[in-house]
Design a protein. Sequence first.
Length: 160
Amino acid sequence: MIWALAVHLTEESNIKPTKKTKWIIGLKAGFSLLNAKQRDQYSWVAKTNECYVYTAEIDHIDKENNIYNHNAGTFTKYVRSLTKEQGDATLSISHAQELFDAVTNSFNTNLKCHLLLVKGTKFGTTNGPIKAAADGDNWQVTKLGGSVSEGFNFTLERVE
């Protein structure tokens, strides 16, 4: 699998969290903590005036393709291949393309970004409403591979 290449990170590059995370109710409220706006309510990424805000579903049922380590400061995500030919919804493909474009831009420009931790989403294992917490540190895309039509993976690392 493509994502396996992104899992191996050096200990020296990992930065421990510097701020305590505080959980609040609602994804929209979480994004507003960072002054970030989504293109639409189902977008997989949001944007501030300065950077992108990525979400890490820390309780995702697919643990192999959503790997989050708070203390190590790493998040790796694998997004499966999405195409019309496979019967995927146009909106899902559009959201995947939006995420891929944001990650590509972040990776190519070394843009620092933010990470919003979420649990209780549609594919989460936590009962109750969606909860969100902004990681107070900056993150950076350190690995990227694939495409929307082939499936893609990326790794974010806490950098400061």
